[in-house]
Design a protein around this ligand. Structure first.
Ligand code: NAG
Ligand code: NAG
Ligand code: NAG
Ligand code: NAG
Length: 334
């Protein structure tokens, strides 16, 4: 090669490198302006740096970057109860039984034993891997979802988690079509589609007995309120929120604020422990500062913030803090 040609070749190569580098840089910056993009660029090469706990751009379970989170996040607690995980310490049993005190609770061990003859006994979601990127939408019931047009965004996640009476029919544009998990307690139960997992949040032993009954004979029609006797749900997809996890959420994440956590907060904590990326919709007040459900017009009808049981302000502060630390993404709605 002549000297001139060599110079030209070098110049072209340099130009090519600069363009490629700029494009990569631009691409990462565009997709995530606030990201530490070097970390993710380097993550492409596993041989140089060890891999993170998941393959999303950010992983919830990453505890190295935040001491506040690391101090609280404890994966030895499983949100879903299995037969093996159903043994409660005396302390946990006492706390849990106190939530909605029963006069004469049935024998917990025996009820659990009967329950697992009907619902699956599995270690659900103990499957985090460096090559997994499970995205989740947690959909609360706030009126701030009205006219949000979040539907398609919510549906795009692997898991779509809803709670209590939340309807989708007629609100799809704002809340989406899909539901993979639906959290409820006996007094807030609704029928579910065949592909949705029912997650029962039990507040007393009677709630577990209700679940057995509601999936079979339908004999229990009353707890402290009239409850639905039979529930439509796929028995292969019924799970129970673990009382030990329930207490961990209350002690560790709410530091004892309120009497017990709200369903919304319990759903959020479920998501943080089974998902790699968590997007949160329909939490908090709407832009007028009103607290109501998205399916209710009457603003006075659903003042769920002032139940006296939950510390909504404290829960919202923790939620906002998780968002500040990029552990969750909070979509504030309209
Ligand atoms: C997680 O919880 C278990 C059981 O209570 C406890 O033994 C362990 O020390 C906790 N781990 C962290 C990191 O807090
Ligand atoms: C509950 O039942 C189990 C097994 O039948 C028994 O071992 C246990 O002592 C009972 N617990 C109470 C508090 O009665
Ligand atoms: C519901 O799902 C189960 C599998 O989980 C399947 O066996 C059953 O046929 C489905 N039922 C309906 C009505 O689609
Ligand atoms: C929530 O955070 C705000 C601002 O940091 C603080 O003023 C308020 O006292 C907190 N509320 C609760 C209930 O902790």
């Amino acid at each position: 090669m002549s000297l001139l040609k060599l110079r030209k070749f070098r110049a072209l190569t340099l130009l090519f490198c600069i363009i490629t580098f700029t494009m990569v840089l631009f691409n990462y910056t565009l997709r995530d302006p606030s990201a530490y993009f070097f970390k993710y660029a380097f993550r492409l090469s596993d041989t140089v740096f060890p891999r993170g706990p998941c393959s999303c751009r950010r992983c919830v379970a990453e505890t190295e970057d935040d001491p506040w989170f690391a101090e609280r996040f404890n994966q030895s607690f499983h949100p879903v109860m299995s037969r093996k995980g159903s043994v409660l310490t005396d302390d946990t049993y006492r706390w849990w039984q106190w939530l909605q005190a029963e006069r004469q609770p049935a024998n917990f061990t025996e009820v659990v034993d009967k329950l697992f003859q009907i619902i699956p006994d599995k270690e659900f979601y103990a499957d985090s891997r460096p090559d997994r990127c499970r995205t989740c939408s947690v959909v609360g019931n706030s009126g701030n979802l009205k006219d949000s047009h979040y539907g398609p965004l919510i549906d795009a996640s692997d898991f779509v988690i809803r709670m209590n009476q939340a309807p989708t029919e007629g609100f799809e544009k704002d809340v989406g079509y899909r539901t993979t998990h639906h959290l409820m307690y006996p007094e807030s139960a609704v029928d579910l589609g065949n592909s949705t997992c029912l997650i029962l949040i039990p507040f007393k032993t009677l709630d577990l007995e209700w679940l057995i009954s509601a999936l079979t004979t339908g004999t229990i029609k009353y707890t402290y309120l009239p409850v639905t006797a039979n529930i439509k749900a796929n028995k292969d997809k019924v799970m129970v929120y673990n009382p030990s996890f329930f207490k961990y959420v209350y002690d560790t994440w709410l530091e004892g604020h309120g009497r017990y956590p709200s369903t919304g907060f319990l759903a959020l904590m479920f998501a943080i422990h089974v998902c790699d990326e968590v997007n949160v919709y329909g939490f908090g007040a709407d832009h007028y500062g009103n607290w109501h459900h998205y399916w209710e017009d009457n603003l006075l009808g659903g003042a769920f913030r002032h139940t006296g049981v939950h510390d909504g302000d404290y829960e919202y502060n923790v939620t906002a803090l998780l968002a500040d630390k990029h552990k969750i993404k909070l979509f504030k709605g309209s």
